[in-house]
Unconditional design. Structure first.
Length: 116
């Protein structure tokens, strides 16, 4: 398997990723580092945090640690309200803007209060 140069979040492929994949053709000698690390060599099908509804802080399209938290994909939902993003409390007008919500203790408490 060839090694591809990563440019930010984009891989330049010289093959069609939708073509069939034969794992028998892979050999460990093609791995430049012979170590025990795990390497993902192929992905096919759905990915939970990309293709199904997910809380904003787990979005793969807009990584929480490196993108504006107000951004959301079509499958993001508000962690506090459990509704599709953006919820009525999404934008940073107040201290507790729901676009900032993650699985931290303070957001879990607010989430529980919202469910009552």
């Amino acid at each position: 398997m060839k090694i591809f140069e990563e440019k930010e979040d984009c891989f330049i492929l010289d093959f069609d990723p939708n073509d069939s994949f034969d794992s028998e053709k892979l050999s460990s000698s093609e791995n430049p580092e012979s170590d025990d690390d795990v390497a993902i060599v192929h992905e096919k099908g759905q990915v939970a945090c990309r293709d199904y509804p997910h809380p904003r802080h787990l979005c793969l399209k807009y990584p929480f640690g490196s993108t504006n938290h107000q951004l959301h994909c079509n499958n993001c939902y508000c962690y506090v309200c459990d509704v599709a993003a953006p919820c009525p409390h999404w934008t940073p007008v107040a201290y507790e803007s729901h676009c900032e919500a993650s699985a931290e203790r303070r957001w879990n408490r607010l989430r529980e209060l919202h469910r009552k």
